[in-house]
Structures are given as C-alpha cells and as structure tokens.
Design a protein around this ligand. Structure first.
Ligand SMILES: *[C@@H]1O[C@H](CO)[C@@H](O)[C@H](O)[C@H]1NC(C)=O
Ligand SMILES: *[C@@H]1O[C@H](CO)[C@@H](O)[C@H](O)[C@H]1NC(C)=O
Ligand SMILES: *[C@@H]1O[C@H](CO)[C@@H](O)[C@H](O)[C@H]1NC(C)=O
Ligand SMILES: *[C@@H]1O[C@H](CO)[C@@H](O)[C@H](O)[C@H]1NC(C)=O
Ligand SMILES: *[C@@H]1O[C@H](CO)[C@@H](O)[C@H](O)[C@H]1NC(C)=O
Ligand SMILES: *[C@@H]1O[C@H](CO)[C@@H](O)[C@H](O)[C@H]1NC(C)=O
Ligand SMILES: *[C@@H]1O[C@H](CO)[C@@H](O)[C@H](O)[C@H]1NC(C)=O
Ligand SMILES: *[C@@H]1O[C@H](CO)[C@@H](O)[C@H](O)[C@H]1NC(C)=O
Ligand SMILES: *[C@@H]1O[C@H](CO)[C@@H](O)[C@H](O)[C@H]1NC(C)=O
Length: 307
C-alpha cells in the first residue's frame, strides 16, 4: 500500500491512470447490484422479467422473497407453498401472472395428490378462476357424472385407477365421497365453460392455468422512473432502489443510503485487473515536504493502492 502522496505526484498518477485505465471523468462507479438487476429474466417464452422476480441470472436482491423463478428445459417455474408451477405469462404492468400446476402438466394422473394452495401473503388474489375438483380412486366405475375419465387413462404406480372431475361445487354426486383422493385445481372460468361444453379437454383446461395478482404498490415504478432498478434489502426486509452509484430508499433522487465509509473512502473504483482506487475527501497526514497543508486538508484527493 502506498500511503499519502503529494499533490504533484497524485496529479501525475491521475494522468497516468487516465491513459492506461480509461479513468472515468466523473467519480461514479457502477454499483454491481444495479448492473445485475438491469438484466431481465429470460426463459422460454418469458423474457425481460424484472422485479419482484429474481433467479437464474438475477441475484436474490433483485426481487422479493417468494418470487424466485427457475428455468427447467426452457420452461419457467415458480414455487408456491412447496409446489412447482409452470409460468405461462407475467405482466409486470398489471402485476399479474398465469401459472399452471407442473405436476398436472399434460398429465392429469399425478403420482402424488396435492391441492392447489395459494400463498396469500405473496399474492393478493386469484382472478377469473373456477375450482375444478378431481376425484381419484373411486369405489364405483361408471356414473352419470359429467367429465368421466376412463380408468385406463389413469395409470398411477402401475395401477389403473378411475378418475372423475367436476367443474362446479354443486350438485355433487354423493358417490364422489367414496373416492380415495380429491384434488382441487383452479382453472380459468372460460376454460371451465369450454370444458362443460366439450370444447376442450381436461388436460388443456388445466394447462391453461389460472391467474394470480401480487401487491400493486407503485414504489417500483417511481424507482424505475428515476433511472434506478427495483430491489429488495433482505437484511431489512424492505424495498430498495438500486441506482448507478449506490442504493437508495425509494428513488435515485433520494440521498444515498450508504455514505462515506468508515475508512474514509468516498468512492471505490474497481478494475478487472484487481486494482482498487480509493478516492478520499478527508485529509490525512501529508507527506514530508508539503507546504500548504491547511489548504489541502479538506479538499485533497488521495489515492491509495491495494493489491
Ligand atoms: C447476477 O447475480 C447472479 C447471482 O449472484 C449471478 O449468477 C449473475 O451472473 C449476475 N449477473 C450479472 C449480469 O452480473
Ligand atoms: C407432454 O407433451 C409432450 C409433447 O407435447 C410429450 O412429448 C410428453 O410425452 C408429454 N408428457 C406427458 C407426461 O404426457
Ligand atoms: C406412488 O408411489 C410413490 C412412491 O412409492 C408414493 O409416494 C405415492 O404416494 C404413490 N402414489 C399413489 C397415488 O399411490
Ligand atoms: C383437498 O381439499 C379437500 C377439501 O378441502 C380435501 O377434502 C382433500 O382431502 C384435499 N386433498 C388433498 C390431497 O390434500
Ligand atoms: C377454491 O377452493 C379454495 C379452497 O380449496 C377456496 O379457498 C376458494 O375460495 C375456492 N375458489 C373458488 C373460486 O371457488
Ligand atoms: C383406495 O386406497 C386404498 C388404500 O390405499 C386401496 O387399498 C384401494 O384399492 C383404493 N381404492 C381404489 C378404488 O383405488
Ligand atoms: C373411453 O371412453 C370412451 C367413451 O367416452 C369409449 O368410447 C372408449 O372405449 C373408452 N376407452 C377405454 C380404453 O375404456
Ligand atoms: C359432453 O360429452 C359427454 C360425454 O362425451 C356428454 O355426456 C355430454 O352431454 C356432452 N356435453 C355437452 C354440453 O355437449
Ligand atoms: C441493506 O440495508 C443495510 C442498512 O441500511 C445496508 O447496509 C445494506 O448495504 C443494504 N443492502 C442492500 C442489498 O441494499
């Protein structure tokens, strides 16, 4: 480490640096978190997805907990209450997404029976849905129930079992109470109607998914409008606005969250070579031979090298 340097020497160093390291004209460095969050999530048909979503190429601070997206064989997935859902569509403006059950994805005979449960701490509501109920392993084989699925259509664990579905809660055939398992799946109302009219299949109706909406707070749009990228501070569990230089509470016009660091370093510029230049505004004892210490005390820049 090269300690306090004289003004003439540090001007010389600055000149050298500007030639060899393309020294930025303004003393601002891109915050890595800002850079990371500018990249949208891309997977299959889903592109340019940002806050509150994160995952894959987006670090966890770019989104809210619970909004992690995965990409499996070009299929975007989200986990809600331990169950995976295929993400069909995300609309950041309308704060809505369309998801379909992964376990029932083009296969209505899953190896495990699970109801759809929505985490209402994350999502405000499910929209335009009707509950479809699937009945598996019933003690009767044929009945006047709309939506009878052939037993041979359901082969679970090498056992043929029968299955039925109803698209309405009533009237419920009392015999359905004698089925081994029931699974509730929300589907879009229009798909439920198409299913009732034999215009679609059970599989397609389920794969059409259902809609979810998340909290419609506008703090993110204000941050974006100020040139920032929305993020989440996990230690404080709150919104944060990542700006080009550093994070701020709400928008990039707010005063910085992180001021001068304890080591007196105002700004740190990192280069890929590993060199770190720290620019100080705080006076430090000057090197021997300097005359006008007083003048420089508050305004001098000092450059420190680190390996
Ligand atoms: C952003 O962060 C994630 C997770 O840390 C990392 O995998 C990814 O490469 C980063 N992307 C960019 C563009 O820095
Ligand atoms: C799902 O559909 C794809 C093609 O559309 C097919 O290849 C695959 O076998 C299907 N999977 C199941 C479990 O039916
Ligand atoms: C199928 O087998 C798996 C593994 O043995 C078991 O966990 C699961 O409950 C079985 N599914 C059904 C519907 O019996
Ligand atoms: C699904 O919910 C229904 C009604 O609440 C319940 O009777 C059924 O046992 C649940 N199914 C599973 C697999 O948990
Ligand atoms: C669907 O069923 C769940 C419980 O399994 C219930 O909370 C929800 O209100 C039902 N939705 C509709 C539209 O009936
Ligand atoms: C219902 O479950 C029981 C116990 O797992 C099983 O013995 C029976 O065969 C099942 N009934 C049908 C119709 O699948
Ligand atoms: C399935 O049901 C249809 C009528 O809905 C019938 O024509 C067909 O033969 C059945 N298939 C099997 C394998 O039982
Ligand atoms: C749909 O098909 C089933 C069996 O194939 C039939 O019983 C039912 O009447 C049909 N519904 C309509 C609305 O056509
Ligand atoms: C979270 O807030 C703390 C305290 O304000 C701050 O030290 C930290 O750098 C912030 N983290 C992020 C990712 O913004």
């Amino acid at each position: 480490m090269l300690s306090p340097v004289c003004p003439s020497l540090h001007l010389f160093l600055l000149a050298i640096l500007s030639i060899f390291m393309n020294f930025p004209t303004s003393i601002s460095a891109d915050d890595m978190r800002y850079t990371n969050c500018t990249k949208g999530f891309v997977c299959g048909r889903i592109t340019r997805i940002k806050y509150p979503f994160w995952g894959l190429n987006r670090a966890d601070y770019c989104g809210k907990p619970g909004f992690e997206l995965e990409c499996q064989d070009n299929v975007p997935l989200i986990t809600v209450m331990s169950e995976k859902y295929v993400v069909l569509e995300i609309n950041l403006q309308l704060q809505s997404l369309i998801v379909a059950r992964q376990d029932l994805w083009n296969d209505t005979c899953p190896a495990h029976f699970v109801n759809t449960t929505i985490d209402f701490t994350l999502f405000t509501n499910a929209f335009g849905v009707r509950n479809l109920t699937l009945y598996y392993g019933c003690t009767f084989s044929i009945g006047p129930i709309p939506g009878f699925l052939n037993a041979s259509d359901c082969n679970i664990n090498n056992t043929d079992i029968n299955a039925f579905y109803v698209t309405r809660n009533s009237p419920i055939d009392p015999r359905l109470g004698r089925c081994n398992s029931t699974v509730i799946v929300p589907i879009f109302e229009r798909n439920a109607q198409a299913l009732d009219a034999n215009r679609t299949t059970l599989g397609l109706a389920i794969d059409g998914g259902f809609g979810l909406q998340w909290d419609a707070s506008d703090e993110c749009s204000r941050c974006l409008a100020s040139g920032g990228e929305c993020g989440h501070n996990r230690t404080e569990n709150r919104f944060t606005c990542f700006c080009n230089d550093q994070p701020r509470l709400k928008t990039c016009s707010d005063k910085p969250e992180e001021g001068i660091r304890s080591d007196g370093c105002l700004e740190e510029i990192r280069y890929s070579s590993g060199a770190i230049i720290c620019i100080r505004l705080i006076g430090l004892p000057c090197c021997n031979g300097c005359t006008d210490d007083k003048n420089r005390d508050d305004h001098s820049e000092q450059i420190l090298w680190q390996a």
